[in-house]
Ligand binder design. Structure first.
Ligand SMILES: NC(=O)c1ccc[n+]([C@@H]2O[C@H](COP(=O)([O-])OP(=O)(O)OC[C@H]3O[C@@H](n4cnc5c(N)ncnc54)[C@H](OP(=O)(O)O)[C@@H]3O)[C@@H](O)[C@H]2O)c1
Length: 220
């Protein structure tokens, strides 16, 4: 069976994307740090008819991330879609003048090293079948740095550069690398800001394989 691995699978966007791809016949590998929360989410998805399983890992711990992706591949089938969407910690978001070099370690491990580790784990399988999608999900600070969210702004810039390079390198092999920019709070009450509406957009990114960067809404 074809599998989507959702790295950063919580009750918001992660769950909605799991349901959206599940409807299309994908198995879903749910990855985040708490096995207990993943098991509960997998139970809910299975009750709705989606094949799903949780594999605990911390994106800042490369060994745990590669092991989770390996186990997902073995148990559910080849990972042909990877979504990288862990929710950044509040501590990564400090004003620029209060941010020292040590404050950037966490955000860079989280956004850059984690994404590179995950991509390298799944790309060989995608290449062997001749298709795949790697989808990066970010807030607006990935394209417009915010003065009070320095760690994520700096780290997202690195992730954006990596994603664009990966897009250009893998496009000839029909492996689509895309980045969704979400400039608003998910689930803030507007219908188009709901996790379900964003999950539809993420499905379209995978299915239609357009440009590298897609905006859920223009930046204000
Ligand atoms: N929420 C918003 O308003 C908003 C706005 C713009 C963009 N975004 C983007 O949307 C995505 C998140 O969507 P969401 O907010 O609806 O979240 P969600 O899918 O409900 O959950 C994201 C999950 O990420 C996991 N996570 C956090 N740190 C992690 C780590 N170090 N390793 C592994 N997993 C980790 C958390 O689970 P554990 O704590 O159990 O690990 C959390 O449940 C992110 O890409 C974020 O940048 C969100």
């Amino acid at each position: 069976m074809t599998t989507i691995a959702i790295i950063g699978a919580g009750s918001g966007l992660g769950a909605a994307v799991a349901r959206r791809f599940g409807r299309e016949g994908f198995s879903v590998a749910l990855i985040s740090r708490s096995q207990e929360r993943l098991d509960a989410l997998a139970d809910e998805l299975r009750a709705d008819g989606v094949t799903a399983e949780g594999f605990a890992a911390d994106v800042r711990d490369a060994a745990s991330l590669t092991t989770a992706l390996e186990r997902a591949d073995e148990r559910l089938g080849r990972v042909e879609v990877l979504q990288y969407s862990p929710l950044p910690a509040k501590e990564y978001m400090r004003p620029v003048l209060e941010t020292v070099a040590a404050d950037l370690v966490g955000p860079i491990e989280f956004s850059v090293y984690g994404a590179v580790t995950a991509a390298h784990q799944v790309i060989p399988g995608m290449r062997s079948v001749g298709h795949g999608s790697i989808l990066l999900i970010n807030g607006g600070s990935a394209v417009r740095p915010g003065p009070t969210v320095t760690g994520t702004s700096v780290a997202f810039a690195g992730l954006s550069a990596y994603g664009q390079l990966l897009h250009d390198a893998l496009a000839p092999e029909d492996i689509h690398v895309g980045q969704l920019i979400i400039p608003f709070g998910i689930g803030d009450g507007e219908e188009s800001h709901s996790p379900e509406a964003l999950a539809d957009l993420i499905w379209t990114m995978h299915d239609e394989r357009g440009d590298f960067r897609v905006y859920a809404e223009p930046l204000a």
